[in-house]
Design a protein around this ligand. Structure first.
Ligand code: GLY
Length: 376
């Protein structure tokens, strides 16, 4: 349990109650959908639009967080329904990618860990095998995307590899863990810069694993610092530390966290990129929510006198975002607003409700409530 003040405990309790109250209405209304964003306040349906879309695990994941936190069976039913709908994605094999970790680890993976069902184990195992099969054993990395992107490695994959730690533990077979660790070791050299900022995309030589070219990706430009990329690194490396005990992973998570904390605006509202022109101001709430989760894990793991830095930063981020970016009204089905897909993106993807913003915001509050089942 986190050592927070009585006032902060009260705030956490209030926010958890508001989340539960909102989702008790919203979840059944959307039980036959897999949402990504809202249009005029109503969730869209990726099961119809693109079943292979990388975010399709977050809705069931959110439902599982709420089930674990409340034991309300309705959340379990909605999560299980989405998990079944996701089966159609396996039929679209050619369009799947490294984000099978995001898609199945927190959907069927959590279901299996909670209830041990055979179907959920099979789904999660297929996803782990798919992810492992993307490993390049010469270059020592997991390729992100398909077609000619043979050497493209993106920082986001640090949140996919926890699925491989699960597979190693489940099958008592270390090869999945070695793949995950080799990938994490490569990315520490190729993506994490000495100052704690992070490259989004690096194209690696498929034979030597040496970097050939970096790209700005979803950030402002080459050499800038896409804040969600920082978030993937912070949370991804701390999870790798939890599963392996390798100190360098915790140190890396801390270094990127220090960079994030130093760069987040004075008001704790995260911009989409930390190295971009002052105008226009583009926020990305999803980066703040995911970073808060990473900071809360770091706070659990560091010695007593270090904890405060990470815990306070997580609380500051969450409170600032709750005050400025959350919508608790009935007119809007999502909670956290002001997410941004990429610095340069379609208008609908800027300052929008994005499902993983809600997912990580809820996960952070879940952690602060003291629920300790790690979803990753
Ligand atoms: N994984 C893609 C993104 O973070 O937008």
């Amino acid at each position: 349990m986190y050592n927070i003040s009585e006032a902060d405990k009260k705030w956490v309790d209030e926010i958890w109650a508001k989340i539960d109250s909102k989702l008790r209405t919203v979840a059944p209304l959307n039980k036959d959908k897999i949402p990504y964003t809202t249009v005029d306040g109503v969730y869209n349906d990726m099961a119809k639009e693109d079943i292979t879309w990388w975010t399709n695990g977050f809705w069931p994941g959110m439902m599982w967080l709420m089930y674990v936190g409340t034991k309300n069976e309705m959340y379990k039913e909605v999560a299980e329904n989405a998990e079944k709908m996701l089966d159609a994605a396996f039929e679209e094999y050619d369009h799947l990618h490294h984000d099978v970790g995001f898609m199945w680890h927190i959907s069927s993976g959590v279901n299996y860990r909670l209830f041990g069902g055979k179907k959920s184990r099979v789904r999660t195992s297929i996803a782990a095998d798919m992810l492992a099969s993307r490993y390049n054993s010469s270059g020592k990395y997991i390729r992100a995307w398909n077609e000619d992107k043979v050497g493209w490695v993106i920082i986001d994959c640090m949140m996919n590899i926890p699925l491989l730690y699960w597979a190693s533990e489940e099958y008592k077979d270390p090869r999945f863990k070695y793949i995950a660790m080799n990938h994490a070791d490569t990315v520490m050299k190729t993506h994490i810069r000495p100052d704690g900022s992070v490259n989004h995309i690096v194209d690696l030589d498929p034979v030597t694993g040496e970097p050939k070219e970096a790209f700005g990706g979803q950030g402002y430009e080459l050499g800038s610092s896409w804040s969600r990329g920082q978030a993937w690194a912070i949370y991804g490396y701390v999870i790798s530390y939890i599963h392996t005990g390798k100190q360098e992973y915790l140190d890396t998570a801390k270094r990127v966290a220090h960079y994030f904390i130093a760069n987040v605006c004075d008001d704790w509202l995260p911009k989409a990129d930390f190295r971009c022109p002052d105008e226009p101001v583009i926020y990305d709430s999803t980066a703040g929510a995911c970073t808060a989760c990473g900071l809360l894990e770091i706070a659990r793991l560091v010695p007593e006198h270090e904890k405060k830095l990470y815990l306070n930063a997580a609380m500051n981020l969450l409170k600032a975002m709750e005050k400025n970016f959350c919508n608790w009204t009935e007119e809007e089905q999502s909670i956290l607003q002001m997410g941004t897909e990429a610095y340069f993106c379609r208008p609908q993807g800027k300052h929008a409700a994005i499902i993983y913003g809600d997912y990580y915001f809820i996960e952070a509050i879940y952690k602060l409530k003291g629920f300790d089942m790690l979803f990753w």
